[in-house]
Write a protein that binds this ligand. Structure first.
Ligand code: H79
Length: 598
């Protein structure tokens, strides 16, 4: 059981003192040798727009009439296209419809605080006027203009920070860079020459010709040496001391923490600012045949789960070869922006939720305040605030200002959202009393008023389960991440969750897991309210032998109902899952659902 005390007023003073100190430090340090980059804008930004755009956008995943499913910006490598042949295609890239002001208008309407665009992706094609190489949009296409010039100007005018993605390690058209083994022998590679003659000079162009740049977004560090990574970082800082570098510079040299493509961490580590990156559909670059765009509520769910854990979400769009943002992306970004226009106070500049898991959505915080993001409004509007011991001073709907009732029921605090609250994903601002103590006992609320209770790794309250992460891809590079409860190898290793059952009722308990042939057939036991429910693990399939992933082979997760349980009375219960006998880990357990059985 984790216990944490949180005093709203003290925290407010403390945070103010820290930011004052860091402001002093920053100005003192500016003249010192070691440059300290200001990351606070980034910590507060919360929502960014990633743009993958290049000559591969014109190809859109098709080569020689064949569709390559998955991430289209990897087409050259997937189809093993010789550099000369690939380069020759640049004459077909003529994005005459590109309008930087329109793109920035979408970004502005979406409420993003920063934009990162591919200046050079792995194919080596520069989306800017480069004197270092002719393989750039100005010299190698009929378009002949530098789109980054207009974009940086428009973004700055709109008050949006701007960053450049730069593929520092892979460059498939350079024999001295990494990634193109179908043409170049890695043994002949002179990586230092590529760094000195292309990457560093191009970074110099990007950090000299476009005014202040806020981020250089490095990617796929591969086996880039620590020395090379340090060299790149020092170079960026020498050119622009305030420019942040992404985590994927490698060797933990980034200015903020990053996670994998399409991954929100189960639990964010440490105090560093961090960023989750997702793409709006499954490809980063434009695809003619990828229509798996996320809906507005799916994006809001991603945004809220990220910010409620303290991070930023950078969501990607892939404009096409003519320079048009796909219509579903423009529409979704705009409607996310409509929501942010009303509810931005609950997002920008906030920090992670200090409370335990809530069954109705997510929480963000700032000193003296909590924001309740109601993704799944309960039928009777009652929002439980688990672990809050003191009754808050006031609560109001952010969009309308309507004051809400706050009440205590037993040991729990509830905010009453009117059932009539019509807006999608309403947000409630809660003012905390000065002496508010938050005691996070992490019990998950179970009540007929909520869709159900979902228990995941991050909600564990006891036992000795381990985080077991898996990743797969459907086609190619379109990663799916699963954070499962693992390490259940013996009856002594259990996963334990605390439940707060709010009223008597009957519930069905469903395990959702994936299990290999090796895991299947093992016997497990789920214990709740003093009763043991036995089950046998069913086989759903596995990752390929000796591989972490393989294309066209998703990890399948099964809903396996294992118990129906009646709670005679409200109160605290413990739910455990463990294997009957010692063996390999019981299953890749994604979640346990407690669903109303009416
Ligand atoms: O820019 C976007 C992607 O192109 C880039 N990162 C985001 C932001 C990226 N995605 N995946 N990767 C980089 C690494 C992908 C590696 C893989 Fe493969 C591609 C794994 C399987 C296919 C390379 C080829 C490694 C194994 C086989």
């Amino acid at each position: 059981m984790i216990r944490r005390l949180f005093h709203a007023v003290l925290v407010a003073v403390f945070v103010a003192a820290i930011s004052f100190l860091s402001a002093c430090e920053a100005s003192e340090q500016a003249s010192a040798e070691e440059v300290v980059t200001d990351v606070e804008w980034f910590r507060d930004a919360k929502f960014g727009m990633f743009i993958h755009w290049g000559m591969s956008s014109q190809l859109g995943g098709i080569w020689d009439g064949k569709r390559y499913y998955g991430i289209t910006e990897w087409l050259m490598r997937r189809a093993k296209i010789p550099s000369a042949e690939y380069k020759a295609k640049s004459v077909e890239f003529n994005p005459v419809e590109y309008d930087a002001a329109e793109w920035v208008a979408v970004a502005k309407a979406a409420g993003v605080r920063y934009i990162v665009i591919t200046a050079k992706h792995h194919d080596g094609f520069a989306m800017f006027d480069s004197a270092v190489s002719d393989f750039d949009i100005v010299d190698a296409t009929p378009y002949g203009e530098d789109p980054l010039k207009a974009l940086t100007e428009e973004a700055r005018k709109a008050g949006i920070r701007i960053g450049f993605y730069y593929s520092q390690y892979q460059d498939w058209t350079e024999k001295d860079a990494a990634g193109n083994e179908w043409e170049f022998d890695p043994d002949d590679r002179n990586f230092d020459r590529y760094l000195a003659e292309k990457a560093m000079p191009q970074l110099e162009e990007l950090l000299t010709n476009y005014g202040p740049i806020d981020i250089i977004w490095f990617d796929t560090p591969g086996d880039l040496s620590k020395e090379n990574a340090e060299q790149l970082r020092a170079w960026v800082k020498e050119l622009q001391p305030n420019c942040l570098v992404s985590d994927r510079i490698g060797h933990d040299l980034g200015d903020y923490k990053g996670y994998n493509d399409g991954e929100i961490p189960a639990v964010a580590e440490g105090e560093r600012p961090w960023e989750a990156i997702f793409t709006h559909n499954d490809s980063w670059g434009f695809s003619y045949f990828d229509y798996n765009f996320k809906s507005t509520s799916e994006v809001l769910e991603l945004l809220i789960s990220t910010v409620s854990k303290g991070g930023n979400l950078m969501l990607n769009i892939g404009p096409d070869g003519l320079g048009r943002i796909p219509a579903p992306s423009a529409a979704t970004f705009r409607s996310v922006g409509e929501w942010l226009k009303v509810n931005g106070e609950a997002v920008y500049g906030t920090s992670a939720s200090p409370l335990g898991k809530v069954p109705w959505g997510g929480i963000t915080a700032r000193p003296g305040k909590l924001y309740l993001h109601v993704l799944h409004p309960p039928a009777d509007g009652m929002l439980i605030l688990p672990g809050l011991a003191t009754k808050p001073d006031a609560a109001r709907v952010l969009a309308t200002g309507e004051k809400l009732k706050v009440r205590r029921d037993g040991g729990d605090i509830f905010v009453e959202l009117p059932a009539s609250e019509g807006s999608s994903v309403p947000v409630v601002a809660v003012d905390l009393a000065a002496d508010t103590a938050i005691e996070v006992d992490d019990a998950t609320a179970v009540s007929a008023r909520y869709d159900g209770a979902r228990l995941q790794f991050e909600d564990l309250d006891g036992g000795d389960a381990e985080l077991a992460k898996y990743r797969t891809m459907h086609y190619f590079g379109d990663w799916k991440h699963y954070h499962t409860v693992g390490g259940l190898t013996s009856p002594a290793n259990s996963a334990t969750w605390n439940l707060r059952v709010l009223e008597p009722g009957t519930y069905k308990i469903v395990l959702n897991y994936s299990a290999s042939k090796e895991q299947a057939g093992q016997e497990g036991v789920l214990t709740i309210a003093g009763r043991d429910f036995y089950f046998k693990v069913l086989e759903t399939g596995e990752l390929s032998e000796g591989e972490a992933f393989s294309p066209r082979k998703p990890l399948m997760f099964l809903d396996h109902p294992v118990a129906v349980v009646h709670f005679d009375q409200a109160g605290d219960y413990e739910l455990t899952v463990r294997p009957e006998v010692a063996n390999t880990s019981l299953a890749k357990l994604l979640f346990v659902d407690i669903r109303l059985h009416d």
